[in-house]
Design a protein around this ligand. Structure first.
Ligand SMILES: Nc1nc2c(ncn2[C@@H]2O[C@H](COP(=O)(O)OP(=O)(O)OP(=O)(O)O)[C@@H](O)[C@H]2O)c(=O)[nH]1
Ligand SMILES: [Mg+2]
Length: 276
């Protein structure tokens, strides 16, 4: 028995749910099957139905009303409730053997960076439910316009990577939104972040030398780890970008319907040749 689980993570509004739908649509178009597990108690309807939905256990709206909590407190309450009722998840997932499950997660990244909710769920999926898991972490491409913002996003991706201890794929989403502003050559420097990008972030401004040194240290940290690379994603028009990401997910989760497990790819990510 093998199960593949893909976590779609990242800050609010980066395109996680759209990505989950695009992956499902692409898999269906090539004759494969996958299911969406909605882990967002505040989710709205999406194109594809959720096969498993946390809102069948608990919904954010109900918690806010009944416990008189704000949205963030209610979200934490929902996840604590889920953690106390993991047998519900076991039962829901129960029969999905040899299946591909895509977990659409909420955008409140404190759930995986500040409090150990997602790490606990991850351990449970691995040890009790025997999942081969992979985390995908989305960052919005318009972040590259502001380099400090981009590197701060890269650090949050790295933080999720370190906390979850899973095979990890970073994705630069909504690439279509920057096609007219960022050249292909420039984009490459963000997909495999070049530390020089940050040291030349505001050449026109006078910057406090302490801030410059801090920027350099952060950029070098990202560079030294060599772990923060991004795959481009455009869910609006470019299904090829979805196919490429799926092939990386297949590799790191060793998903294969007919072949023996194989080693993940270790070459650098390629930029879409049509991107200009
Ligand atoms: N232009 C463009 N817009 C996109 C793309 N992907 C998603 N969007 C838009 O971005 C907005 C947010 O997308 P969602 O998929 O709901 O984002 P999310 O990360 O699931 O949001 P939360 O669940 O609220 O954290 C929607 O209006 C999408 O249509 C893309 O590739 N290109
Ligand atoms: Mg969503």
């Amino acid at each position: 028995m093998s199960r593949v689980g893909v976590l779609a993570l990242g800050p609010a509004g980066v395109g996680k749910s759209t990505f989950c739908n695009s992956i499902i649509a692409h898999m269906q178009s090539i004759g494969r099957r996958a299911h969406i597990v909605n882990l967002d108690p505040a989710a709205e309807a999406t194109e594809f139905e959720f096969t498993i939905d946390i809102r069948d256990l608990i919904s954010l709206q109900d918690v806010m009303e009944e416990m008189d909590l704000g949205p963030n407190g209610a979200l934490i309450y929902c996840f604590e409730f889920l953690l106390n009722n993991l047998d519900w998840l076991d039962e829901e997932i129960g029969d999905y053997n040899d299946e591909y499950l895509i977990f659409d997660c909420p955008g409140q990244i404190e759930l995986y960076t500040h409090i150990p909710v997602l790490p606990t769920i991850v351990k449970h999926l691995q040890t009790t439910l025997n999942f081969n898991l992979c985390a995908t972490y989305l960052l919005e491409a318009p972040f590259v316009i502001d380099r400090s913002k981009f590197f701060s996003g890269a650090l949050s991706a790295m933080s999720a990577m370190i906390l979850l201890e899973l095979p990890h794929i970073n994705i630069l989403s909504k690439i279509d939104l920057i096609k007219n502003e960022v050249s292909k050559k420039q984009l490459k420097k963000f997909l495999n972040p070049d530390p020089l990008l940050l040291s030349s972030a505001h050449p026109e401004k006078e910057v406090n030398p302490k801030f410059t040194r801090l920027n350099k240290a952060i950029a070098n940290l990202v560079d030294d780890f060599g772990m923060v690379q991004f795959l481009p994603l455009d869910c609006s028009k470019d299904s090829e970008s979805v196919a490429t990401i799926l092939s990386y997910i297949d590799d790191v989760t060793q998903w294969s319907e007919s072949q023996e497990p194989k080693e993940p790819k270790d070459e650098e990510f390629e930029v879409d040749p049509d991107f200009d």
